[in-house]
Write a protein that binds this ligand. Sequence first.
Ligand code: HH2
Length: 275
Amino acid sequence: MTVFRFPGGSFTFGRRTAVMGILNVTPDSFSDGGDWLDPERAARQARRMVREGADLIDVGGESTRPGARAVPAAEEIRRIVPVVERLAAEKILVSVDTSKAAVARAAFRAGAKILNDVTALRGDRAMAKTAAAAGVGVILMHMKGTPRTMQKNPRYDDVVAEISSFFREILKTAWRAGIERDKIMLDPGIGFGKTSKHNLEILRRLEELRTLGRPLAIGTSRKGFIGRALGRQVHDRVSGTGATVAAAILRGADLIRVHDVREMTDVARMTDLLR
Ligand code: HH2
């Protein structure tokens, strides 16, 4: 059993996989871009995901898809804060998907309890201290390069070994900044500076990342490698996503980040019984 803590609560992992519902308040996310720009519509979608089984909602105001346009902090704050406030008022657990300390700070003030940082504290020098001071839970994700450059011919000698040593370093950085060990979760960053082959290899060897002693989050939902494998457009990747979610859970994933909450909660509950 591994415990992951955040202000006012915790997850105890080992038996039951947590489900994180994705809510992108952006015009350009690869899958749900433009769908939830209105705060009331966004809140409705979040409530629906919670009814369908989501344990928490990941609110993001900037797309990280390959080549995405950078968004100024003020704009990101304007997009997400009204949504975070609404959800927090309804006691819905919220993580904020951002790599900017100013945005994180605004989200924590609005009630977010977890930081989901795809740059693993490297995108903004103030981020580690900001997260430590707020006492929030932190998801640290591996990415090679930046969203602008990451898919330009990524190479590894051994992709899992490289992610593992990256995690070791970043755990040290986090502890040095004062983020407590039991508030950290790790994510290998499917699709972030990885080819299809790399993504599949990470999923096959996910167990090796368990040696670090922290819970593992995984985000495969509707991603390009599923589309390339099956020849499916983005909204037609639910079954493919289900296969990756089941495989990840059997190999030790503790939290899945997904768009199709109803379907993936079923996959998670069933796979939990099988492991
Ligand atoms: N993937 C995306 C964004 N944030 N965070 C974590 N921890 N792990 C992931 O795999 C991950 C993530 C990309 O997906 P999405 O949010 O659907 O799209 P976009 O970045 O275009 O908004």
